[in-house]
Ligand binder design. Sequence first.
Ligand SMILES: NC(=O)c1ccc[n+]([C@@H]2O[C@H](COP(=O)([O-])OP(=O)(O)OC[C@H]3O[C@@H](n4cnc5c(N)ncnc54)[C@H](O)[C@@H]3O)[C@@H](O)[C@H]2O)c1
Length: 393
Amino acid sequence: MKLWIVGARGSIATTLAAGVLAAQRGLAPLEALLTETEAFVGLGLAALPAIDIGGCDLAPGTLAQSAHAALAGVGTFPVAMIDALMPDLERIAITRGVLRGGGAAIDALAGDQRAATASGTAREVVDRLVTDIRAFAQDEPTVVVNLASTEPTPAAALADWDGAALRRAVDDDDPRIPSSCLYALAAIEAGCPHANFTPSAGASLPAIVELARAAGVPLAGRDGKTGETLLKTALAPMFPIRALTVEGWYGTNILGNTDGLVLADPDNKASKITSKKGVLEGILGYAPEGDVRIDYFKPLADHKVAWNFIQFRGWGGHRMRMQFTWEGTDSVLAAPLVLDIARLALLAQRRGESGPIGALGLFFKTPEGSSEMNLYKQYDALLRWTSGRSAAG
Ligand SMILES: NC(=O)c1ccc[n+]([C@@H]2O[C@H](COP(=O)([O-])OP(=O)(O)OC[C@H]3O[C@@H](n4cnc5c(N)ncnc54)[C@H](O)[C@@H]3O)[C@@H](O)[C@H]2O)c1
């Protein structure tokens, strides 16, 4: 299996690459993979750890040039192990990505690469990406995974386009098309499944769904469910099962990685908050009072702390409260999920499925192709799908 990663020099991508390379050298086990558990044996999923990683980022280069910076201060891997992997990281060539519709925060990340990544018309950019993806894939099973920074919400008008209108807009070089949409279009044109681990909406536009279905390409998305939201979707189903009414649910997150820095921009943050907020109503059937906050707190680096406060009502209207604190390391939680999603997206392609694969909703905050938010029901739906029964029934 090959992964062509958008945002290949970022924290999740580098953590994923280092973990895969370490496993290939026998330095560390591949752990925390759902697709390695009993229920998934016998599905003929792509072999581990024989995984090739490539992709693009705002600055081209090799992963060796950014590995220390991306993993600095996190302590996921010992420095000696990263050093031992340097020759392998040196061989992972990252091509130039595309800068469009990322807002001021992503423009700032691009730094001196800004002009180079923003150059070319939309059609030229898609053609270049398709060439890069095909050159990497060499006709082997390949998934395009978006692990790039979160974009602001795209212009509402894009949601009204059908596939033909999107193609016209690409040919007309419409500046409203964000890079997340161009990456998804390139994956479709290259015939590769596309997984969107980010909250960016460009790969979820109805036009992209239509074109993916027409081309027989599976889509998986959106916004990986790794931390606070994972816990929420596990805990929230308890309240209706005891007929307890949730009056309020407030959550606040602090994180110190580059993702957190980009999310400090209100435009980029809005995409993430929308994605995080949808889950409770989907599980409880009503929206409790409350808010979800995200703040950048540099000292935490890639670690995240989320504190949630829940007020609920029971017998006689009596009010009770609970709180939890989640302390997770974002990229460590995300890396295995990316492999699980990619292996299952390739299974979907082998089975001839296309468009949003709802059975993969378990992995996402905003599951596409499914309205189910309850973690346990999502897991059941995935098991039904893998065993060849319909995800819905
Ligand atoms: N870590 C988690 O648990 C988690 C969970 C859900 C979603 N996500 C999302 O996954 C994404 C990646 O997270 P991360 O922590 O690795 O972020 P990161 O900031 O470390 O990495 C993002 C990378 O994308 C690159 N990039 C930005 N715009 C690009 C573009 N247009 N084209 C190509 N490359 C581009 C950046 O240069 C950077 O190297 C974010 O959108 C984040 O919100 C993360």
